[in-house]
Design a protein around this ligand. Structure first.
Ligand code: NAD
Length: 338
C-alpha cells in the first residue's frame, strides 16, 4: 500500500513530535514542514532531509502536495489553517482544542463533510494504553456504577499566548472523560482566577455534569510548584487512579468501596456505612507512544479499514464545553448548559 503524504504546520513545542511520528510511521511519508518562523523550519527540517521546508501555507500545498496536514500552531490560528488545508483537498489532523469558538469548530466539521475529507483532532490521551484500559474497566463493569471523577492537572505550566489554563489543559481531561464515559456533558460550572498581567485565568476549577447524572471535577493550574497529573474514577465496586507521572504503574485499581445499608428504616436514619478494603492491583499496560498508535489508526481510517478515536465531531463537543465554561466564568460560576 502506498504511503500517505503528510505535512506538519507549526514547529514549536508540539509540532516536532508529530513530525517525528510521521517520519517513523510505515503509513506516512513526511513531505513538508511549515512554520512562519524560518529558524524553526530550518532547525526542525535539519532532521528530515526528505521533507521540503516552507514558511507560507500556499507554497506547502502547491509544492509538497500533502494528503494530510497536521496543524500544531496556536489555538487562535487552527480554524484558518485547517480551513485552508481542507479547501486545498487535504485531510486534517488538528491540535486540541479544535478551534477557538463553537462556530469555528462547526464550520470545520461541515467543511470537511462537504469536501469529503477527514477531520481528525489530536486528543492524544485517547490513544494511550492507560486511557484505553480505563475505558475497558468501565465498559466491562469492573468499577460498577461510576460515582464521580476527580482530576488534578497542575504544574508550573507554559503560559500559552492566546488561551487561558482551561482552554490549554481541560481538553485533555474532557477528551479522556468523553472517551471513557461515552456520554455528553450537559452542564458546566467554572471558577477561575488570574495572577498574571495579561489577566488570563491561570488557576481554574470546573464542575461537569454528564447526561447520565455522573459528575466530574477538574482542577487546572499553571501555577503549582509541583506537577500532578492524577485522575480518580470512583465506582461502586472498585476505583481506579490514573497517575500519568508514574513510569510503570500508571493505573492502580483499588478493590475498596462503601455500601450503604438502607434495608431498615431505623438503620437508614443512622446511615449505616459498610467499608470494604480489598487489594490493589496495577495492570500491565500497552506503553507504545500515543502519537504512533494515533497515526496508525488515522491511516486506517483514511483507507477505510478502521476508525480513529477522535474525529472533528469529538473536537467540536470539547469546544462546546470550553465555550460553556467561559460563559460560566463570566457569570461567576453559574451553571451553563451545553
Ligand atoms: N496534544 C498534546 O498533548 C499537545 C501538547 C502541547 C501542545 N498542543 C497543542 O499544539 C498547538 C501548538 O502548541 P505549542 O505548545 O507547540 O505552541 P508553540 O508556540 O511552541 O508553537 C507554535 C508554532 O506555530 C508557529 N506558527 C504560528 N502561527 C503560524 C502560522 N499561521 N503558520 C505557520 N506556523 C505558525 C509558531 O511560529 C510556532 O513555531 C496548540 O494548539 C496546543 O494546544 C498539544
Amino acid at each position: 500500500m502506498s504511503k500517505l503524504k503528510a505535512a506538519v504546520v507549526g514547529l514549536g513545542y508540539w509540532g516536532p513530535n508529530l513530525a517525528r511520528n510521521f517520519q517513523a510511521s510505515p503509513d506516512f511519508d513526511l513531505v513538508g514542514l511549515c512554520d512562519l518562523d524560518t529558524r524553526r523550519v530550518e532547525k526542525v527540517g535539519a532532521s528530515y532531509p526528505g521533507a521540503q521546508r516552507f514558511t507560507a501555507l500556499a507554497d506547502l500545498f502547491q509544492t509538497a502536495k500533502p494528503e494530510i496536514v497536521a496543524v500544531a500552531t496556536p489555538v487562535a490560528t487552527h480554524h484558518a489553517i485547517a480551513k485552508a488545508a481542507l479547501e486545498a483537498g487535504c485531510h486534517v489532523l488538528c491540535e486540541k482544542p479544535l478551534a477557538s469558538t463553537v462556530k469555528e469548530a462547526e464550520e470545520l466539521v461541515e467543511l470537511a463533510e462537504k469536501r469529503g475529507r477527514n477531520l481528525f483532532v489530536d486528543h492524544t490521551f485517547t490513544y494511550t494504553g492507560a486511557v484505553r484500559a480505563i475505558q475497558g474497566l468501565v465498559e466491562k463493569g469492573t468499577l460498577g456504577d461510576l460515582f464521580y471523577i476527580d482530576s488534578v492537572r497542575i504544574n508550573l505550566g507554559l503560559f500559552q499566548p492566546d488561551v487561558d489554563v482551561i482552554w490549554d489543559l481541560a481538553p485533555h481531561d474532557l477528551s479522556i472523560l468523553s472517551y471513557v464515559v461515552g456520554k455528553r456533558v450537559t452542564g458546566v460550572r467554572a471558577m477561575g482566577t488570574s495572577h498574571n498581567p495579561r489577566n488570563f485565568n491561570d488557576v481554574a476549577y470546573l464542575d461537569l455534569e454528564y447526561e447520565n447524572g455522573l459528575t466530574a471535577h477538574l482542577h487546572l493550574s499553571w501555577l503549582s510548584p509541583v506537577k500532578v497529573r492524577r485522575m480518580i474514577f470512583t465506582g461502586s465496586k472498585s476505583s481506579v487512579i490514573f497517575d500519568d507521572l508514574e513510569m510503570s504503574e500508571k493505573l492502580k485499581i483499588y478493590d475498596h468501596g462503601v455500601s450503604f445499608d438502607v434495608s431498615d428504616v431505623e438503620k437508614r436514619r443512622q446511615v449505616l456505612v459498610n467499608y470494604r478494603r480489598g487489594d490493589m492491583r496495577a495492570p500491565a499496560l500497552d506503553n507504545k507512544e500515543a502519537l504512533g498508535t494515533e497515526l496508525a489508526e488515522i491511516a486506517a481510517h483514511i483507507r477505510g479499514t478502521g476508525k480513529a478515536a477522535a474525529l472533528g465531531a469529538d473536537g467540536l463537543e470539547i469546544v462546546r464545553v470550553l465555550e460553556a465554561s467561559q460563559k460560566s466564568l463570566a457569570k461567576d460560576g453559574a451553571k451553563v448548559s451545553t
